[in-house]
Ligand binder design. Structure first.
Ligand code: MG
Length: 248
């Protein structure tokens, strides 16, 4: 069952979403050659706590940090560590916040200084795929209309979408029903109704869509070790245009 949230609940998710957006903005600002992913994580965690939020990933199934930080061929769930960033890399930062019992979740991939032209195009496509998916998230459409549109944009540009990880409902928990694949499904999926809160999160790969999980049981990498980008927003279905909740 997909829960439809009341206006007061949506306002609480919006407040959590604002903290996520601020933290993500901060992460983008501090990313530069030489900084370690652990340092980025520390900045983000401090910002979230200053806003009275709780970093929702920390301790989630034993995850050790406030953020997932995923470099180059790492798709998602990278664990912050002492590794230092170098110019030309791309860094996905994924942040979840709980505030007063409500959750919001967003991610973005940042360039470290200048990146190669093909990597820049991959980043632009990832953003375009998310935007296109959000545009389909309107009342009366079906869930898999979002999935199919994300895939159409990503594959149309010559890339692939990850199959093994999906977007999700969100609200009172970090991950709620439904699962939201980023590729077309058979059938149309459940009908979208106002009040449904969804975290849409396409993961777009430069090469093939296959991924594997590393020995640490968290880090997900592309099987061909080519780059991957990840963009995510928490949105709410409304009577009109979808509203993005993870914005300032
Ligand atoms: Mg998510």
């Amino acid at each position: 069952m997909i829960v439809c949230r009341s206006n007061s609940e949506i306002e609480r998710i919006r407040e959590a979403g604002r903290i996520v957006a601020q933290a993500l903005l901060l992460a983008g600002k501090v990313i530069e050659p030489g900084i370690s992913t652990l340092e980025i994580d520390a900045y983000v965690e401090a910002r979230i706590k200053k806003q009275k939020g709780r970093p929702a990933f920390k301790g989630y199934r034993g995850f050790p940090a406030a953020t997932c930080i995923s470099i180059d061929e790492v798709v998602v769930h990278g664990i912050p560590g002492t590794r230092r960033l170098r110019a030309g890399q791309i860094v996905g930062v994924d942040i979840g916040v709980e505030l007063n019992g409500y959750f919001a979740d967003a991610a973005a991939t940042f360039a470290v200084a200048e990146v190669a032209g093909d990597v820049k195009k991959l980043m632009e496509t990832g953003q375009a795929a998310l935007a296109a998916g959000i545009n389909m998230a309107v009342g009366g459409n079906h869930l898999y209309d979002i999935s199919a549109e994300v895939q159409r944009v990503a594959e149309g540009a010559g890339y692939s979408v990850v199959r093994d990880f999906v977007g999700h409902g969100i609200g009172r928990d970090l991950h709620e029903e439904p699962q939201i694949p980023n590729y077309a499904q058979t059938g149309r999926g459940p009908k979208l109704n106002p009040g449904m809160v969804l975290a849409l999160e396409p993961m777009v790969n430069m090469g093939g869509y296959e991924v594997e999980v590393m020995k640490d049981q968290w880090t997900v990498v592309t099987l061909d070790r080519r780059e991957s980008v990840h963009y995510e927003h928490t949105i709410v279905i409304t009577e009109g245009e979808p509203e993005i909740l993870t914005v300032l």
